[in-house]
Design a protein around this ligand. Structure first.
Ligand code: PLP
Length: 395
């Protein structure tokens, strides 16, 4: 099987597995206990915190471990909203292409009386800094713009938005779940106030993540109970997962330059190969995208049939977000960048990384080309397009 769905989750690396087993064997104590096994566990916890902090240019005391990217997004946004509301600020700014962990949190806050501005997108899938400027008001409590998109891989101008927000005194959060471990990040120079990350998107275990919160930015307690995580997130720490995540991150950050060069080569080969399919189009900006991200629309076919037939041919791919697949709604990201419904349904996301080879890329091009041709032969829509009874959306 060729695994080409690394944006959904990644294989747990050897470094992460080793750290997890090591931690289970040696640091099984409760980090809150005062005895020696407890204090040893606490030291392992602090070592992991230091390592995660270093990977993004933060201080250890600015890192709060969570159950994953979703929880980090929820806590960052709800905390900033509530802190803002205390000062009469009930306006939040985000983009139309965020992950549902952000968008659904915003929806909930809008039901609770907050006003949300969704920044629009053009075809590139990259937010315009001047749109952020225009959206910010005196009562804006938070700007949340993702670092890189999980479906179309587009990289947002985070440092520019960070500088702008800092100048205007508005807290800035970024969902960097797809970026951490894949792109160089420095929360200091990029003026990031809050950042979400998740272990399983960079070859760590799932069910663990972290929220970075710059010192001076208030963070409200999200899960109430014990005093863990400086009283901001109760619950006995999942130390094996935390240590596994830290080891995976250290490993990916150390090899980032070569991993990026490798993934970019595979990505560019795939984009070139799939562009040769008639009436196909790449989704999202060609240049400013994640190293391993390829996302295409093919006119006249159904994304779901495409995935099932690719699976039969030994290619594990996705139609977009793992969270929306299974539902009949087309991707909100593709709709936001202007793809019409019927075309957004025929989308395919391939996300490659260090585990993939050039042979994988070549085999994927052949498999996708064959499956698209096969599905089009059976598609009444495709026949109508060919007879000129309908107009092509993708030229
Ligand atoms: C995967 C993902 C999340 C959710 O992270 P979990 O750890 O799975 O909860 C949030 N945002 C983005 C951009 C993601 O890709």
């Amino acid at each position: 099987m060729i695994y080409a769905d690394n944006a959904a989750t990644t294989r747990t690396s050897a470094a992460a597995q080793k750290a997890m087993i090591d931690t289970m064997e040696r640091f099984w104590g409760n980090p809150s206990s005062l005895h020696t096994p407890g204090q040893q566990a606490k030291e392992a916890l602090q070592a992991a915190r230091k390592s995660v902090a270093k990977a993004i240019g933060a201080q250890p005391q600015e890192i709060y471990f969570t159950s994953g990217g979703s929880e980090a997004d929820n806590q960052a946004i709800v905390s900033a909203a509530k802190a803002g509301a205390l000062k009469g600020k009930k306006h939040l700014v985000t983009t139309a292409i965020e992950h549902h962990a952000v968008l659904h949190t915003m929806d909930q806050l809008s039901k609770e009386g907050f006003e949300i501005t969704l920044l629009p997108m053009d075809e590139s899938g990259i937010v315009k800094v001047q749109d952020v400027v225009a959206a910010i008001r005196k009562d804006t409590a938070l700007v949340s713009v993702m670092y890189a998109n999980n479906e179309i891989g587009t990289i947002q101008p985070v440092a520019e938005i960070g500088a702008l927000c800092r100048e205007l005194g508005v807290p800035f959060h970024t969902d960097a779940v797809q970026a951490v471990g894949h792109l160089p990040i420095d929360v200091r120079t990029q003026n990031i106030d809050m950042l979400s990350l998740s272990g399983h998107k960079f070859h760590g275990p799932r069910g663990v993540g972290a929220l970075y919160v710059r010192r001076g930015i208030p963070l409200l307690t999200f899960i109430h109970g014990g005093a863990q995580e400086s009283g901001r997130r109760a619950g006995t720490e999942n130390l094996p997962a935390i240590a596994g995540m830290a080891a995976a991150l250290e490993d990916t950050v150390t090899h980032m330059a070569e991993n990026t060069a490798h993934a970019e080569k595979l990505r560019d080969t795939l984009i070139e190969g799939l562009s040769r399919i008639p009436h196909s189009a790449l989704n999202g900006d060609r240049e400013r995208r994640l190293p391993g991200n390829v996302n295409f629309c093919f006119e006249g076919i159904e994304g779901e049939s495409l995935l099932l037939l690719l699976d039969d041919k030994g290619v594990a791919a996705s139609s977009g977000s793992a969270c929306t697949s299974g539902s009949l709604d087309p991707s909100h990201v593709l709709l936001a960048i202007g793809r019409p419904h019927e075309v957004a349904h025929g989308s395919l996301r391939l996300t490659l990384d260090v585990d993939n080879t050039m042979e994988d890329a070549e085999a994927i091009i052949t498999a996708v080309t064959d499956v698209v041709n096969y599905l089009r032969e059976m598609s009444p829509v495709w026949k109508a397009l060919q007879r000129g009874e309908r107009n092509y959306v993708i030229q």
